[in-house]
Write a protein that binds this ligand. Structure first.
Ligand SMILES: Cc1cc2nc3c(=O)[nH]c(=O)nc-3n(C[C@H](O)[C@H](O)[C@H](O)COP(=O)(O)OP(=O)(O)OC[C@H]3O[C@@H](n4cnc5c(N)ncnc54)[C@H](O)[C@@H]3O)c2cc1C
Ligand code: SF4
Length: 510
């Protein structure tokens, strides 16, 4: 008899810890304080994970497996995974504990020490729900000067024969981004995102979250996430039928009051195991072959999953634990209070934070080019920014959050993941959104109290990091522009930035 521990992000029957499951074994699932509170996760995120866990447990019971499920408010709940494994072994003697590797270095290190704490061996198995193993990624990375996602992605396309035609990419190109990234158009009829009504299990979880996590970030209600595999599949199919067609065109567009746009909203389901990445890719590819969605949309969507998702996971496991402490630009400023309250006069930030609070979701460009861009320009400390991103999004787990934050938005890894910082001024946000029209600041004004803060903060960032970024070949143009600026102009940028930072740190409404 084996004890098989299933974590909250391992909710698939194909998880490696269940691969040789027999009817005698005991499956252990537990809602523990240690995992729910080590950062103050968004209320919706906790509700989603607990409800999906309870539904998965129901499914296992229906299939006749032995299950021990410890709910959060069980008075006997020890509050830690190790405590619950110990309690289960006390009641049900087992010959070994089997676990699929967790998605976080901290927990993996902890589990690797369990063998010293428990009376039976602990077997940690690879998480094979990904399309590139950590070993294969390390092999791909070995000896390369640069670890660029695009080359990794091409190999993955070949390996899985996705969108391929006679050994080459369908359509003759690997990447159709040149056709994507249209600015938002007026009169778009953006379809609603998938919504399921909370059943009795979810209602119970919602009451529990309300009672036990009142001081956590975010709105608990309304709650409409899928919490079963069938519902997650329905959400995927709805995306493919209603939004995939325009995914590429409006991938980077932001419209006030449209938090979901043409994105898929499935990261949270893939990351907890309800959906397998390959089935998402296959269904999108099938839509292309049926003629239901154009190549630019399908290729763009598939690249996010087969390319970016696997690539950031590879980087995480390749570079941890050092990656977590990376701060190449020596960013030291504290995260301003408005990241929690949304109380700022910068309309773009207010919109993205408010939607994050409401939905535990913001789409990629909001995370990257508004919230992340500000964090980069303002020089916010990577630890504080990472903590924020890890707790506010329902899809956030460290293996995917950390490389996106430290690598993609903050350039804290010194350019391992991104070839240049994703820094942009107000004119980019104005081009890709309709936020600026209702902002107190003017995106066309470069300096002074009415100027868009992204404008002067952008140049302050470039000037501040001269010693670190001037040598970057993709930043050459920026430094030429900076060098052409008059002393007076540079002084105005510095003074505006200082004034802004002073007000921000004093918690004045900026
Ligand atoms: C600062 C920052 C933090 C992020 N934190 C997370 C996170 O904690 N968890 C997370 O899953 N994604 C994260 N991402 C990546 C991406 O923004 C989200 O995956 C995406 O917004 C989720 O929404 P969606 O399912 O509608 O994705 P879509 O836009 O529909 O994309 C399809 C899928 O592609 C994958 N994907 C797309 N971009 C990335 C990427 N850069 N890295 C990894 N996978 C990607 C996701 O699985 C996503 O579901 C982050 C991005 C940034 C810039
Ligand atoms: S003007 Fe600047 S601060 Fe205001 S919404 Fe536009 S980019 Fe954001």
């Amino acid at each position: 008899m084996k004890l098989r521990l299933i974590l909250g992000d391992q909710l698939s029957l194909s998880t490696s810890s269940l691969s040789d499951l027999s009817q005698d074994d005991l499956i252990l699932m537990c809602e523990v304080r240690q995992e729910a509170t080590y950062v103050k996760h968004h209320k919706k995120k906790i509700a989603f994970v607990f409800s999906a866990m309870r539904h998965f447990a129901e499914d296992l019971r229906r299939r006749g497996f032995n299950l021990r499920y410890v709910v959060y408010d069980d008075p006997e709940n020890s509050g830690s995974l190790l405590g619950e494994v110990r309690a289960a072994l006390d009641l049900h003697p087992c010959e070994e504990v089997v676990v699929t590797n967790p998605g976080e270095h901290r927990l993996l290190a902890e589990m690797q020490s369990w063998a010293d704490e428990l009376p039976v061996p602990v077997v940690l198995r690879d998480d094979d729900r990904f399309l590139c193993s950590t070993e294969d990624f390390a092999q791909w990375a070995d000896g390369r000067k640069q670890l660029r996602m695009e080359y990794f992605y091409r190999e993955m396309r070949r390996k899985y024969s996705v969108l391929m035609d006679a050994g080459g990419p369908i359509g003759g190109q690997w990447n159709y981004d040149a056709e994507n990234r249209k600015p938002p158009a007026g009169g778009l009829d953006v379809p609603e995102t998938y919504k399921s009504d909370p059943d009795a299990i979810t209602q119970e979880v919602l009451a529990l979250v309300e009672a036990h996590f009142p001081d956590h970030f975010g709105d608990l209600l309304p709650f409409h996430f899928a919490v079963t595999r069938d519902q997650a599949l329905a959400a995927l199919d709805e995306f493919i039928a209603r939004r995939l067609r325009l995914f590429g065109d409006y991938q980077d567009a932001m419209i006030q009051g449209e938090p979901w746009m043409y994105h898929s909203h499935i990261a949270l389901y893939m990351n907890c195991g309800l959906l397998h990445p390959l089935e998402c890719i296959e269904r999108a590819e099938a839509a292309y072959h049926r003629g239901d969605a154009p190549l630019n949309a399908v290729e763009g969507f598939i690249r996010q999953i087969l390319g970016w998702r696997e690539y950031v996971r590879g980087i995480y496991w390749l570079k941890m634990p050092d990656y977590k402490g990376a701060n190449a630009l020596n960013a030291e400023r504290a995260l301003p209070e408005f990241y929690w309250s949304g109380d700022t006069q910068m309309n773009c930030m207010r919109q993205c934070i408010t939607e994050t609070k409401q939905n535990a979701y913001a789409h990629h460009i909001q995370r990257l080019m508004v919230l992340g861009n500000f964090a980069l320009l303002a020089g916010l400390h990577p630890d504080e920014v990472n903590e924020w991103y890890l707790l506010v999004y329902a899809d956030a787990y460290e293996w995917v959050e950390l490389p996106n934050v430290s690598g993609m938005i903050l350039f804290a890894d010194g350019g391992l993941l991104a070839s240049k910082p994703y820094a942009a001024s107000g004119s980019y946000i104005n081009k890709m959104s309709d936020y600026c029209g209702s902002c107190r600041y003017k995106h066309t004004v470069k300096n002074g109290p009415t100027a868009c803060p992204f404008n002067y903060l952008y140049w302050d960032f470039v000037a501040r990091n001269d010693g670190k970024l001037r040598g970057n070949p993709r930043m050459g143009f920026m430094y030429k522009s900076l060098d052409r600026m008059s002393g007076e102009k540079r002084q105005a940028i510095r003074a505006d930035s200082q004034r802004f930072f002073k007000a921000m740190q004093a918690n004045e409404k900026v």
